[in-house]
Design a protein around this ligand. Structure first.
Ligand SMILES: Nc1nc2c(ncn2[C@@H]2O[C@H](COP(=O)(O)OP(=O)(O)O)[C@@H](O)[C@H]2O)c(=O)[nH]1
Ligand SMILES: [Mg+2]
Length: 256
């Protein structure tokens, strides 16, 4: 089978939602290209394909349509995971998730998982400013690390590579956890066996790469049961790629 034919049927759909400028496209770009550009073209790709072990995962970006309230119910249709993204320096970007974007997830799968992601952590946390060391120690530290609010102090400890003055943090991890609980309630999932908020609320930096791989790979691992269920039930893919142009295919990573 040629590789292209294999790519046509993603096993699972992951979508990124959130207000304009929170860094959705940058997060995807950081994960897929391991790069950050100060000006990224959001208009480019609609989705990326990621091979994860034997599975194909499609990750959908808004292609800039969130700016004009142009995201329809199709965007989340059949999604197994939704990444609700806000900017840690912008309180409104968190409230918009609930006010404007949550209802778009009505068409997601019933067993969809929801991650809450506070991006631009490099602006408020010195620990998120520096690049992750080669030996992976920094990455280890970032996993599940509870980040402390800085209170807007501007004296960075100098440990990071960036050294930029810190910005006021407007959204704390507790706010994200509270939103996660409200999302579960909205979806009628509270009281069900859902992953705890602590494992699905992340603070990231697309700029430095802080927590970005952890975010995507945690989600990929969590959607595996959904893939297996779909295969067992012999469900056809809900994503029809025949009419879509594939901007890029990426490989690598493994669930093992
Ligand atoms: N400091 C910082 N800036 C970021 C980060 N992620 C994105 N940006 C910047 O925020 C702006 C919006 O990013 P973009 O990815 O286009 O956001 P989108 O509209 O949600 O897709 C761009 O100028 C990015 O360079 C981040 O983690 N840290
Ligand atoms: Mg974008």
């Amino acid at each position: 089978m040629p590789e292209r034919a294999k790519m046509r049927k993603p096993d699972v759909k992951v979508v990124i939602l959130g207000d304009m400028n929170v860094g959705k496209t940058s997060l995807l770009h950081r994960y897929t290209e391991k790069k950050f550009k100060d000006t990224v073209s959001t208009v480019g790709g609609a989705f990326f394909l990621k091979q994860w072990g034997p599975y194909n995962i499609s990750i959908w970006d808004t292609a800039g349509r969130e700016q004009f309230h142009g995201l329809g119910s199709m965007y989340c249709r059949g999604a197994s995971a939704v990444i609700l993204t806000y900017d840690v320096t912008n309180w409104q970007s968190l409230t918009e998730l609930e006010d404007r974007f949550l209802s778009l997830t009505d068409t997601a799968n019933a067993d969809c998982i929801y991650a809450i992601v506070g991006n631009k952590a490099d602006l408020t946390e010195s620990s998120a400013q520096g690049p992750v060391p080669e030996d992976g120690q920094g990455e280890q530290e970032s996993v599940g690390t509870e980040l402390r609010p800085t209170g807007g102090g501007s004296s960075s400890g100098g440990g990071g590579g960036g050294g930029d003055a810190l910005h006021q943090k407007q959204v704390n991890q507790d706010d994200a956890l509270a939103l996660y609980a409200r999302v579960l309630r909205y979806k009628g999932l509270d009281g069900m066996a859902c992953p705890p908020g602590e494992s699905l609320c992340f603070e990231t930096s697309a700029k430095t790469g802080y927590n970005v791989d952890v975010l995507f790979e945690t989600i990929f691992d969590m959607v595996l049961p959904s893939i297996l269920k779909k295969r067992r039930e012999g469900e056809p893919s809900t994503v029809d790629l025949e009419d879509c142009r594939v901007p890029k295919s990426i490989k690598g990573g493994c669930c093992a």
